[in-house]
Write a protein that binds this ligand. Sequence first.
Ligand SMILES: [Zn+2]
Length: 298
Amino acid sequence: MKLKFWGVRGSIPTPGKSTVKYGGNTPSLELRLDNDELIILDAGTGIRNLGDHLIAKGESLNTSILITHPHWDHIQGFPFFKPAFISGNEITVIGTDREEIDLQHIIADQMKRIYFPVQLNELKAKLQFRSIGEEEFTVHGATVRTIYVNHPGFTVGYRIEHKGKSLVYISDNEPFDHESASSPSNFEPSVIKRFAAVKGDANTRIAEFAKGADVFIHDATYTPEEYVEKVGWGHSHYLFTLSLAHRAGVKHCVLFHHEPNRTDEQIDRILEKCRKELRTRNYSFECTAAYEGLEISW
Ligand SMILES: [Zn+2]
């Protein structure tokens, strides 16, 4: 498998001098399977550069875009994904419906004339939409499993396996605990029910899902100090991410979805702290902070 990060920033694009190293585009990742098939993870603003890159390569495209959830930072780049404008390309968008609106309308509505000049049904590529739940299915020869995780409106985490290799991508997720689970009104009851059914620590459900992953990409939006003020916002602090990676026994943990105000120097410091934590706690996996252009092959 070969992975390239085209957007790693959470919430909103953050161009500027202080984000040059890690990048300001919101989540989008390019995953190449060993059979050279392309799977795209999320359609944040990073997907625009990925689309331009694919066009420059002259590749005719048959790809699937796995959407974690439809918050803006994960779908906003789609209308700027140029391969969708080209006849002959085939694109399948995979994600979850919401109670009041299905996946296709979620994507189409952000392109309504009031927001954007080109409508979804004017795109020239062959577009298909596949609504999923918590399940297992096949995409371009890879086995994909999903898990609902803890975020306002809920997010889907993906586990992709192909020829004995694995990637787990959990972009927006907050530590779950039984005490807070019963009260927050911004989490879907069906998601709370699944986690509440776990005996002991509810986050075990995610550790099991990510078990033994070669590469584990997880939300690390906050520092532990910041998180105290942000309970219920749907994101993790880096110590939680490290402990989850350890419990899951992953080989490589990638800190992802950087807080929009975070400067390059601050992310450098967070990564240093994380690597120190690994030594102190005898955690044995590799740890990287995601940046635009980062490539991982395994
Ligand atoms: Zn997000």
